[in-house]
Design a protein. Structure first.
Length: 89
């Protein structure tokens, strides 16, 4: 019986001026990320319902009063303690 060879870990080589676009997908019961360097290929692989869900977020806060929200965010900003300086990495 032939011995099964292990699959090598795939790698991806791209030029430094190419974008790397990750598309989250579900394969079976696992969530995976497929990477593309071409926007058209990434768009073609993106499930249509994901695009619609993302576009639906554009108007998610359209019913909120901007002046009121801006004032609330400004209040939070002034009441919050600043993060202490990072002295060690």
């Amino acid at each position: 019986m032939a011995k099964r060879q292990p699959n090598p870990t795939p790698d991806l080589l791209v030029r430094s001026d190419q974008p790397l676009i990750g598309v989250i997908m579900t394969e079976g019961d696992q969530e995976v990320v497929r990477y593309f360097v071409d926007e058209q290929d990434a768009d073609a692989a993106t499930p249509q319902n994901s695009i619609q869900r993302a576009l639906g977020l554009a108007g998610a806060w359209s019913d909120l009063d901007w002046e009121e929200m801006e004032a609330a965010l400004e209040t939070i900003r002034h009441e919050s303690q600043p993060t202490p300086p990072i002295t060690e990495l």
